[in-house]
Design a protein around this ligand. Structure first.
Ligand SMILES: Cc1cc2nc3c(=O)[nH]c(=O)nc-3n(C[C@H](O)[C@H](O)[C@H](O)COP(=O)(O)OP(=O)(O)OC[C@H]3O[C@@H](n4cnc5c(N)ncnc54)[C@H](O)[C@@H]3O)c2cc1C
Length: 460
């Protein structure tokens, strides 16, 4: 008997296909859909949101990944408003402007202003004079520089060790000796490049704004009543945008007419524009045809250290400390197990049930990767050992939730421009292909959204 003839199904067509349903993919899809583009998002896992993972357990609202979002631009602020999230938005408690740092075993508030810097017990008088000499230090002629080199040169080593290095650890779980000031903190780098000094540059910018009547956007830390998952849900509510989860990409091919065809779970999808927003390590799973695959695999790898997040719940009476701040950071000089601890239920009271408090702790990162990979019981034991004398904790936590991130946050190390150039070259050589994600333009949620908006803005 003759085998039955099979006719390939015509491919379903979109303007844009996006691979990866994290915040980068969803925000890009939403912004393009708002411009009337037909967009389809393909996500491998069974849920959308990527690193954003909110759950409710025993009355605690647990964020396994990002805890909050620091909105850094007017564009992102307006976008959240357009998503209809104003009534759901919760602003961080004002007290969370205060951040603690450990020095010689004690908790000291981190100075958040110039005046605070002058009066803080964190630095001795000589170290403070060194800090105030910042405007008189010439600007670097280097094309890039590590955070350690930049901060020591401009502000002195004390400010590095008991200030910036701990903040760097809080944002990137990174190593200031390796992180690039130019790529990890571009605003700081640009102040030096543009004005020759950070203090002088900040003052000049303030004067310029006063003269022109422009006001700078004041960053705001926010979340949502039911957690960051509300952002994910809102991003998906756009008419021209469709999503699929649990998708297995079998192949990705570019035809001579410039169309991209993605074969996914037995279906063929086609679009003129293909945006890959998966983590870098997932590129090899996507089965691109040659030569795109070779080029993607040739992109210089960037470090993503392992990290554990541990949410601990306690009865309020178990903790003597008022928990009056954002949290506490452990500078590397203090040689502690924990990188830092956020007072989650101080920042957002709905994170813990009545009478309880929630702390979110970070363990691992570039400088202590092995700690981040330890089993839950050991993590709890060592973390509580770090925190108990500082916060006056008695007894064991009544609740815990541990999440392990084997490849947590991309490190924007010195030399990051080699990586960025490689991405640009691929995009130039294969029109219609775009490689986006938290490894480009900043890892924060606000950065990911800002980049998505800027990208969408540039599309015809
Ligand atoms: C522990 C932790 C804490 C953080 N804390 C904060 C914070 O407090 N505030 C803040 O602003 N930022 C924080 N960040 C950073 C921020 O959460 C991330 O940078 C951001 O969410 C990354 O979004 P993304 O879409 O670029 O990548 P991801 O969220 O990684 O999304 C990529 C998506 O691609 C999917 N994918 C992978 N392979 C495939 C495939 N083969 N096919 C299809 N899809 C695939 C993944 O499943 C995932 O959904 C934190 C990050 C971590 C890990």
């Amino acid at each position: 008997m003759e085998p039955e003839a099979t006719h390939p199904q015509p491919a379903e067509s979109f303007d844009t296909i996006i691979i990866g349903g994290g915040i980068t993919g969803l925000a890009t899809a939403n912004a393009l859909a708002k411009k009337g583009k037909r967009v389809h998002v393909i996500e491998k896992s069974s849920r959308l949101g990527g690193a954003v993972q909110t759950t409710n357990m025993e009355g605690f609202l647990v964020e396994a990944g990002p805890n909050s979002m620091l909105v850094k631009s007017e564009a992102v602020w307006n976008f959240i408003h357009e998503l209809g999230l104003d009534d759901e938005r919760v602003d961080a408690n004002e007290i969370s402007n205060k951040r603690y740092l450990i020095k010689k075993g004690g908790m000291v508030p981190l100075p958040m202003s110039l005046v605070g810097g002058v009066t803080t017990p964190l630095y001795n008088p000589l170290e403070k004079v060194r800090l105030l000499a910042e405007p008189f230090i010439g600007k670097s002629k280097l094309a890039d520089e590590s955070v350690t080199s930049f901060v020591s040169r401009r502000m002195g080593p004390a400010f590095l060790e008991y200030g910036i290095s701990a903040l760097v650890s809080g944002i990137f779980a990174g190593d200031p000796d390796c992180l690039s000031i130019r790529h990890a903190f571009p605003k700081v780098w640009n102040l030096e490049q543009g004005y020759g000094s950070l203090i002088g540059g900040a003052l000049k910018l303030k004067r310029e704004r006063k003269r022109t009547g422009k006001t700078a956007f004041k960053s705001r830390m926010i979340s949502f009543r039911k957690g960051l998952k509300e952002l994910v849900e809102a991003l998906c509510r756009e008419d021209c945008m469709t999503t699929r989860t649990g998708a297995n990409i079998e192949s990705v091919r570019r035809s001579d007419d410039g169309q991209w065809t993605v074969n996914v779970s037995g279906e063929a999808l086609q679009a003129k524009q293909l945006i890959v927003t998966t983590p870098l390590h997932a590129h090899e799973e996507l089965s691109f045809e040659r030569p795109v695959e070779e080029r993607l695999l040739d992109i210089p790898r960037i470090d993503h250290p392992p990290l554990s997040t541990l949410v601990l719940g306690f009865d309020r009476e178990q903790i003597a400390h008022p928990l009056d701040g954002f949290g506490v950071l452990f500078p590397r000089m203090e040689k502690r197990f924990t990188l830092g601890c956020i007072f989650s239920s101080t920042i957002f009271p709905e994170r813990a049930p009545e009478g309880k408090v929630a702390l979110m702790c970070f363990i691992g990162g570039v400088q202590q990767p092995e700690n981040g990979c330890l089993p839950t019981e050991e993590l709890i034991k060592e973390t509580v050992k770090d925190l108990a004398p500082l916060l006056g904790i008695t007894g064991d936590p009544c609740f815990h939730s541990h999440s392990f991130w084997p490849l947590a946050i991309p490190q924007y190390n010195v030399g990051h421009s080699v990586f960025l150039n490689a991405l640009e070259e691929i995009e130039f050589d294969f029109p219609g292909l775009h490689i986006r994600g938290n490894f480009r333009g900043g890892p924060g949620l606000s950065d990911c959204i800002d980049n998505a908006l800027q990208f969408a803005e540039k599309q015809a």
